[in-house]
Design a protein around this ligand. Structure first.
Ligand SMILES: [Fe+2]
Ligand SMILES: [Fe+2]
Length: 274
């Protein structure tokens, strides 16, 4: 089984970069499943600095042939979060309250292959989250034999790496998201779990996690939420970050982690009306 996983896609430039790169990467890697972290897919409330996904942008993302869209702390940002989280292919952290909308795991089936995608969050990213270890143990008892890919959404390498060693051999991959910064520590652990602390983002590289720094710097300067500023995307060039994973007999056999800048801005995917 072959899996492509992309880290946090940030706003319109991120979606455009993914749309530009995905066809070529599909040809090169022939993935059975494509999974994307979409917690920053839209700037949903620009004056409040909120992310998450808009239903129309989610549709555009899925139209690229993405099989599952994971989330994180921003999953709950937009006013229409319930609608988006109700979509069959959308996940939010499993260890968030069971009363929250949406789901934390999704079984993908294609061509006789199965992959259970699981989304977890560390409390460093989502303070109100429950215990990720307990949530994952409960899930494992329900799915003992299906290959599992975990998107572990957290600020902390300590937390993500510790989790990966704890469940080495139980998940085929534990891939980190949330910091938007690609780490150089991709490896396959002794019992076959592919790991990277953070995949990194798909979005414009010239700013603060894919955003223009003005909004965030102003908030830090004033020690209050920024007023009079609007969150917008950073300047380019765009960065594309992903892991490619080959799985055989329930363990990772090969792992590639890539994070690169696009030399030219991605072209618009909208076709001119003829
Ligand atoms: Fe993010
Ligand atoms: Fe996040």
């Amino acid at each position: 089984m072959r899996i492509l996983f992309f880290g946090d896609v940030v706003a319109e430039p991120g979606l455009k970069a993914l749309a530009q790169e995905l066809p070529g990467l599909r040809q090169e890697f022939r993935p059975d499943f494509v999974v994307v972290n979409g917690e920053n897919l839209d700037i949903t409330l620009p004056e409040a600095g909120k992310a998450g996904m808009h239903p129309d942008t989610l549709k555009a993302l899925l139209a690229l042939g993405v099989d599952a869209v994971t989330g994180g702390n921003h999953s709950f940002d937009p006013p229409w979060a319930e609608q988006v989280l109700g979509h069959a292919r959308v996940l939010r952290p499993l260890n968030h309250s069971r009363h929250a909308p949406g789901k934390g795991s999704l079984l993908l089936r294609k061509g006789g292959k199965e992959l259970l995608v699981v989304n977890l969050a560390g409390r460093s990213a989502l303070p109100q989250a429950g215990d990720p270890i307990e949530a994952f143990e409960n899930l494992l008892s329900q799915w003992p034999r299906v290959p599992i890919l975990v998107d572990y959404h957290s600020e902390s390498v300590f937390e993500k790496l510790g989790f990966a060693y704890l469940f080495d051999g139980k998940a085929v991959a534990v891939v980190g998201t949330h910091t938007h910064v690609a780490t150089q520590d991709a490896r396959i652990l002794p019992k076959g779990t592919a790991y990277v602390s953070d995949v990194g983002m798909v979005g414009n590289d010239g700013g603060y996690q894919g955003y223009d720094p003005e909004f965030l710097v102003e908030a830090l300067r004033k020690r209050i939420p920024p007023r009079g500023f609007v969150l917008r995307s950073a300047e380019g060039p765009a960065r594309v970050s992903f892991v490619f994973l080959e799985v055989e007999e329930g363990r990772a056999r090969s792992l590639l982690h890539a994070s690169y800048l696009l030399a030219t801005p991605p072209v618009s995917q909208e076709r001119p009306v003829e």
